[in-house]
Design a binder for this molecule. Structure first.
Ligand SMILES: Nc1nc2c(c(=O)[nH]1)N[C@H]1C(S)=C(S)[C@@H](COP(=O)(O)OP(=O)(O)OC[C@H]3O[C@@H](n4cnc5c(=O)[nH]c(N)nc54)[C@H](O)[C@@H]3O)O[C@H]1N2
Ligand SMILES: Nc1nc2c(c(=O)[nH]1)N[C@H]1C(S)=C(S)[C@@H](COP(=O)(O)OP(=O)(O)OC[C@H]3O[C@@H](n4cnc5c(=O)[nH]c(N)nc54)[C@H](O)[C@@H]3O)O[C@H]1N2
Ligand code: SF4
Ligand SMILES: [Mo]
Length: 747
């Protein structure tokens, strides 16, 4: 087998015809508000099995319904579950499409050389697992286990993490950090001593005012969060949305502030200025719980709304009025920390500014602000200590980014390119549950790394782009066909939820726990796998917390009393925050010590050059990233994205509604596929917007191939956060091409 110069293998799949769901396509709102049985299914004929949804990371507990013929008919929210309150979002309801998708990976595949062409051939599990463990052994013997990296996301991650730690490698990274919420969690930790975490401990149900900086809740479909916002709207909450685009939630807000993209820190500083200089902040809270107030007051002295207006495009009156709204509702005011916050490279500082604003409003630890979260502590199944690796992900990033707190995908990628001459070299990758070329904006380096890796194994459910580069593809079964770890996420009250198979795995697919164990045993790590079946692990763990697998199979989700009675701070109570000073750090001594700005400052970022627009992007409500675009039911809801353009711009450019255009970015990268124009006043003139996840270029994805354009493809400029290594994605500019730039090279 040739292991260098991997060609990306595209094989046109043989279509088996779309699988249809009784009752036709899913309607977005109807599904979200669906009543049981609205498709006339005879429920008495069904058996239900508990699961928690895997279509996104909100992990709603649900029931999978299977008929007498053993067919999955529907998935419904578990009424007892706080994450979903009995209702799934459209993606969760359409989740069974991931099971029925005829394009699924079906058997292990091994790359082979056929003349000058490379292709995949089907292989038995025995052969594929043998090859993976042989390669892992080889890398361990030649370079040390640390040189085999795991890049993972989501459910399969924990199973392979255990495998890698047992094998001796903690060279582990995932896009959820440097491409998602890393800067937010690090920024809040610097300020309050606690990361925000997931789900966010925002007490929206009791909030009087909600400020959303970009966060497009409603398109960002995190279930109970959307439900709490929706209830709060009914109760008359004041929403202030800062977004260059009239998002769904901006449309429901009392104030929409269509900010010039990249200038949010100026607005945040001006809000601080108004709260402090107009005496609107929570004085008692600030004096009792914070340090550095006088320095902050000095710092924001000149950051008036008039100053911010010239930068942000937001009128001084709007800035004052919204600050007053926040103060009026405080402490039941939430300045939402956001979630995908890797925007402009100063994201930890923007998150700090958001945290500081919340501190001035006294909302951390207060009803209607942020509650103190709690969770069920599930112990690890007993195993020997993990061996101590000689180096880990930390050594790849720590010297560069002093506050890095999790593995950075881009640093793992860099350390896999010999020309980069990094101190530690990576030779093999396992990729599980992340479509790296769509989710990590470093395609050139990804391809360079892949070109020289000694071995690449991908564990996925679908023939996604990343599988095209693998030496071995291991097909995982979907979440509806497997056990996984218990869900024990943080919340107002602790809970656990079980995922169990509703049906046997289709084709030759297998669960991640099984794949990891098989590889582990081939590597001689039997001591770390002292069970025959994962049910033994789950039952043991559940028994430690007063439940059992038998009980959980019946109820699916179990709610517990809080371990700690403190949901909010008590009136005037003494409280030590987990920061170096024990206080909320408005001024960060830690940042000052590291030579960084101890309080957030505004930096002017580059604005789009003439004839270019800033490329901004967000979520399609019925899709999750790139992974659901091929889902038969969800693709039915929206199978392509559109390019939002302001009509005034369109007039100058002579663009028509629905017209196909191509994009070219500042580095002359041209989009592979066209995207249709959507003319709308809902976007500023200086930006264009598209939903992330589309523009698949693997022909094996029969529904998703060539539909819409990929935002990732246009992201060749990264704005790196010097504190923690986050990759800001919004510094890319695009111009519009109206004639097909690929015409001459198309076959
Ligand atoms: N349906 C659905 N829901 C999801 C997901 C999904 O894939 N599908 N993914 C989940 C995950 S993992 C995450 S991290 C979250 C992400 O969701 P959020 O954290 O809510 O969203 P962001 O990606 O930060 O922001 C997108 C919004 O920012 C606006 N924006 C662009 N530039 C700027 C700017 O400079 N300033 C301001 N103020 N706004 C700007 C865009 O117009 C857009 O409305 O969504 C979660 N929910
Ligand atoms: N351009 C751009 N890049 C982004 C973002 C953006 O908005 N725009 N968003 C960023 C954010 S916030 C996040 S959180 C990341 C998300 O990044 P990723 O998690 O990488 O998202 P996906 O592209 O959906 O890739 C998920 C992969 O997991 C596979 N998969 C699905 N289910 C299973 C399963 O059960 N088992 C296994 N083994 N595999 C499975 C899918 O087929 C797919 O290949 O992307 C980040 N990158
Ligand atoms: S929010 Fe939707 S997609 Fe995410 S876990 Fe819940 S039901 Fe599934
Ligand atoms: Mo994310």
């Amino acid at each position: 087998m040739k292991t260098t110069r991997r060609q990306f293998i595209k094989v046109t799949s043989i279509g088996l015809g779309g699988v249809t769901l009784a009752g036709g396509s899913l309607s977005f709102l109807n599904v979200f508000k669906s009543e049981k049985d609205n498709r006339g299914l005879d429920m008495s004929e069904m058996t239900r099995y508990p699961t928690y949804c895997d279509i996104c990371f909100w992990k709603c507990a649900a029931w999978t319904y299977v008929n007498k013929e053993g067919e999955i008919k529907k998935i419904e929210g578990n009424e007892e579950d706080t994450h979903c309150r009995g209702r799934l979002c459209p993606r969760g309801t359409g989740g069974l499409g991931s099971y029925y998708d005829e394009d699924r990976l079906k058997t292990p595949l091994i790359r082979v050389q056929d003349g000058d062409k490379q292709t995949f051939r089907e292989a038995s599990w025995e052969e594929a697992l043998g090859l993976v463990s042989q390669k892992m052994k080889e890398v361990k013997d030649k370079y040390g286990p640390e040189s085999f990296a795991l890049i993972k996301h989501g459910a399969p991650g924990t199973h392979f993490e255990h495998l890698f730690l047992s094998y001796g490698s903690d060279t582990i990274a995932e896009p959820a950090y440097a491409q998602c919420r890393g800067p937010r969690d690090d920024g809040f930790k610097l300020t309050f001593g606690t990361a925000v975490g997931s789900p966010e401990p925002t007490d929206i149900r009791d909030a009087g005012c909600l400020v959303l900086i970009g966060s497009h809740i409603g398109e960002n479909m995190h279930n109970s969060q959307v439900q709490e916002v929706s209830d709060a709207i009914d109760k008359g909450i004041t929403i202030i949305t800062v977004d260059p685009r009239l998002s769904t939630i901006a449309n429901k807000s009392k104030y929409w502030l269509p900010i010039r993209p990249s200038t949010d820190i100026a607005l945040l500083l001006a809000w601080m200025h108004v709260l402090i200089y107009e005496d609107l902040y929570d004085k008692e809270y600030v004096s009792k719980y914070t340090v550095g107030f006088d320095k902050l007051k000095d710092h924001v002295r000149n950051f008036t709304p008039e100053w911010a207006y010239t930068i942000t495009d937001i009128k001084p009156k709007a800035i004052r009025d919204t600050a007053i709204e926040m103060a009026n509702a405080a402490p039941a005011t939430i300045v939402h920390p956001g979630r995908h916050v890797t925007w402009y490279g100063d994201d930890t500082q923007r998150s700090r500014a958001i945290a500081i604003l919340n501190a001035l409003l006294g909302s951390w630890g207060r009803r209607g602000g942020f509650y103190f979260k709690d969770k069920a502590n599930i112990p690890d199944f007993p195993h020997p200590e993990y061996p101590e690796p000689k180096w880990t992900w930390k050594e790849l990033s720590k010297g560069k980014y002093p506050l890095v707190s999790s593995g950075i995908t881009n640093d793992v990628i860099k350390a896999s390119i010999p020309e980069e001459k990094t101190e530690h070299q990576i030779k093999g990758w396992m990729i599980a549950g992340t479509n790296l070329t769509q989710s990590v904006p470093d395609k050139e380096n990804i391809l360079k790394a892949i070109d020289t890796l000694e071995f690449l194994v991908v564990v996925d459910t679908m023939p996604m782009e990343i599988t095209g580069y693998a030496d071995v593809i291991l097909p995982e079964c979907t979440y509806l066909e497997r056990y996984d770890d218990m869900r024990a996420a943080t919340w107002r009250t602790p809970s656990v939820a079980l995922r169990m198979p509703a049906v046997e795995p289709k084709h030759e697919t297998k669960p991640a726990w099984w794949i990891a164990k098989q590889i582990g045993e081939r590597l001689g790590l039997h001591e770390y796998y002292k069970y025959n079946d994962y049910t033994e692990v789950l039952d043991w763990q559940l028994k430690q917390i007063g439940s059992s697998l038998e009980e959980m199979k019946k109820i699916g989700v179990k709610n517990f009393e809080r371990n700690n009675d403190k949901l909010y701070l008590k009136e005037n109570e003494d409280y030590a925050f987990a920061t170096p000073s024990g206080k909320i750090e408005l001024y960060s001594q830690e940042l000052a010590g590291l030579g960084f700005d101890p309080m957030p400052v505004f930096t002017q970022h580059e604005l789009p050059p003439d004839n270019y627009f800033r490329l901004i992007y967000g979520r399609a409500p019925m899709h999750t990233f790139s992974k659901t675009i091929n889902n038969p039911y969800l693709s039915d809801l929206r199978d392509e994205n559109h390019l939002w353009i302001n009509p005034r711009v369109a007039k100058i450019w002579d663009l028509k509604q629905g017209q196909e255009v191509w994009l070219k970015n500042q580095d002359n990268v041209v989009s592979g596929f066209p995207i249709k124009v959507r003319l709308t006043e809902r976007i500023r003139w200086d930006s264009v917007y598209m939903e992330h996840g589309y523009g698949h270029n693997n022909k094996k994805l029969s529904r998703a191939y060539g539909k819409g354009a990929s935002d990732s493809e246009m992201m060749t400029k990264l704005m790196i956060d010097p504190l923690m290594g986050g990759t800001g994605l919004r510094g890319n500019f695009v111009t519009i091409i109206t004639t097909n730039p690929h015409k001459n090279i198309e076959s």
